[in-house]
Ligand binder design. Structure first.
Ligand code: PGA
Length: 241
């Protein structure tokens, strides 16, 4: 696996203009004072702003990631973007299987696995997302749901990848699982997936980041809303270094 021991990854989702994306990237690059050998910082802007964000990041240690790629190498797939294109655009990472895509684009774990394999094939590190809904947790099925997602989403091909445990009910809600629930799930994920870094995502803020990072089995954070504010995101990076 990479030399970093921790990952702080911002998922900007469908937000920002050309100007605001460049301003945010510049502010993160300037405010990110961590040691890149310890903590890898990644920002994942909308695909149309990848180039602009790459320019704004300049020579900083902050890495570029994308929010999705297609599961095929290329061809007649209108509106989609291949892993090779993302690599050429300067990406090092790509998020695959985010719950918003599983929900709104009806992506299956089989499709997520193909995306992860395309990412690996093209020298990108996939960040494979898994997580249960509130109803699934309430029914006592959180571990088995996540286990099934993992078994079907993990690439068959060899290569480095990250996993992100993001309970669907924690995303954008301000709710986070208890430390013992996070530790239990991360332990279970490692049992199923092997020795893979497992990030946590869902309502991470500057004021809860250190506590979550200190939870057993948490190798980093995947951050949505709070990654759109430079000060907040840099506060999270500071908690991780
Ligand atoms: P949030 O989103 O930090 O806004 O909860 C996390 C995610 O969707 O990755």
């Amino acid at each position: 696996m990479q030399k970093a021991q921790r990952w702080i990854i911002g998922n900007w989702k469908m937000n920002g203009t050309h100007a605001s994306s460049q301003a945010l990237a510049s502010a993160v690059a300037a405010g990110c004072k961590g040691n890149p050998d310890v903590t890898e910082v990644v920002v994942c802007p909308p695909a149309v702003w990848l180039q602009a964000v790459k320019e704004a990041l300049g020579e900083s240690a902050v890495k570029l990631g994308a929010q999705d790629c297609h599961g095929e190498a290329g061809g007649a797939f209108t509106g989609n973007i291949s892993a090779a294109m993302l690599k050429e655009a300067g990406c090092s990472y790509v998020i695959v299987g985010h719950s918003e895509r599983r929900q709104h684009q009806h992506e299956t774990s089989g499709e997520v696995r193909k995306k992860a394999e395309q990412a690996l094939e093209n020298g990108l590190i996939p960040i494979i997302c898994v997580g249960e809904t509130a109803a699934e947790r309430k029914a006592g099925n959180a571990l088995s749901v996540v286990e099934a997602q993992l078994k079907a989403s993990i690439p068959a091909r060899k290569g480095d990848f990250l996993l992100a445990y993001e309970p669907v009910w924690a995303i954008g809600s301000g709710q986070i699982p208890s430390a013992s629930d996070i530790a239990e799930m991360h332990g279970h994920i490692c049992k199923v997936a092997g020795d893979v870094p497992v990030l946590y995502g869902g309502s991470v803020k500057a004021d809860n980041a250190a506590g979550i990072l200190g939870t057993q089995g948490v190798a980093g954070l995947l951050i949505g809303g709070a990654s759109l504010k430079a000060e907040e995101f840099c506060g999270i990076i500071a908690a991780g270094t």
